[in-house]
Design a protein around this ligand. Sequence first.
Ligand code: FAD
Length: 412
Amino acid sequence: MTETQTQPSLDEFRREAHAVLSAIVPRRRAEDRPGGTDAEPRRYALFSGSTAEEVRAAVEYQRQLFDAGLGWVSGPVEDGGAGLPTAYERALAGVEREFEVPSKSPLSVSLGMVSPTIARFASESTKRRWLLALRRADAIGCQLFSEPSAGSDLAAVTTRAVREGDNWVLNGQKVWTSGAHYSDVGIVLARTAAGPRYRNLTTFAVDMHAPGVEVRRLRQITGGADFNEVFLSDVRVSDADRLGEVDAGWSVAMAMLMFEREAIGGSSSGGSGLFRMDRLAQWLRDLGRADDPAVAQAFARVYSGVTAAKAMRARADANLRANGVPGPEMSLGKLALTANLAALSDVVSLALGPLLAADTGHADTFAWSEFVLGVPGMRIGGGTDEIHRNTVAERALGLPKDTQPTLSSKGT
Ligand SMILES: Cc1cc2nc3c(=O)[nH]c(=O)nc-3n(C[C@H](O)[C@H](O)[C@H](O)COP(=O)(O)OP(=O)(O)OC[C@H]3O[C@@H](n4cnc5c(N)ncnc54)[C@H](O)[C@@H]3O)c2cc1C
């Protein structure tokens, strides 16, 4: 949308989005639910490792959305976005639920975290190089924050960046980097000076294909390999690719973590469709397990958790609209998400019993095992449960500060 165009009403926007999606993806079938009649068993994996095919499908879909003007609905017009309020993003997500949209998870870090960080902190030349490419999925981004000895205590990173003329030379090791193996640009937090912990770090946008960047896959319990170790050996980065000021990388990192918490917290009541209670109930009936008292009780726990998360999300949205900045409710959203995923994992495990571990070929039984194995990782990625509880305790309840300041706590 250009500045001279008037903003469509939400209903007009939904109709337009519906027309675009009808042209590029099939409608979701009524019987498409766990236990439905799909010929192809679905995957409910959380960290199973996006297959090359899933990455391709996500990229292709994002390109089509972008070319139809829906690839960056709330992005600023001057950066190539449609300049609409975030309510329109949610309206698009609502329309997408009516269609067989490919999983967006291969691009979640790229679009939800890397792109807004570059939009806010990069130089004009770096923005020109990456921003629209990321939004159109012509390039994919990842986050290179965690290190073997720096996770929750992110300010302990030891990767060093040393200035050499117009360049910086980076050396160090990152770990748990989601999607690094298919990424083109990575946001690196590195130490640039001695001195106080939070005032000697700088953030860079690093070309993942540059000489000296080595990506090694890590295999997970789910069988997938979505994480990586990334070794940086004399990697040269132009000063123009610095994000924010020298030695002020901590505030860039914190902003990126807020983008991350916003993205993750928003899905606590069902962004991915996993928490569709009507589908879950129907699936339990189809399996003949709905009358088991233990299953029914576990279902009630998911149901009440998801209902509470929806109410909390509505309140967080209202706060955000009123104050313009996300508050500690983002941490509550992440905690609600992990609790709801764990409750869903319980109900699925109780309902399936041994079917969970045996590939019988029956649609939507074995597929859940990847999900159940992936749930514990959700308690760690995006900031651990303990770190989010610290945030809520300190910032919402006003309790005394942790001895390890929560400000140094990472979430990815
Ligand atoms: C699914 C997933 C995706 C990820 N993706 C990325 C990515 O793309 N990029 C990236 O940079 N990193 C990523 N990570 C890494 C993630 O950010 C870290 O694993 C996380 O911050 C925890 O750090 P750690 O593993 O070093 O654990 P530690 O920080 O060593 O924590 C170990 C335990 O101690 C607890 N603990 C630590 N400090 C405190 C405290 N102050 N108070 C109470 N308890 C505490 C923790 O809660 C945890 O239980 C990902 C991790 C996962 C699981």
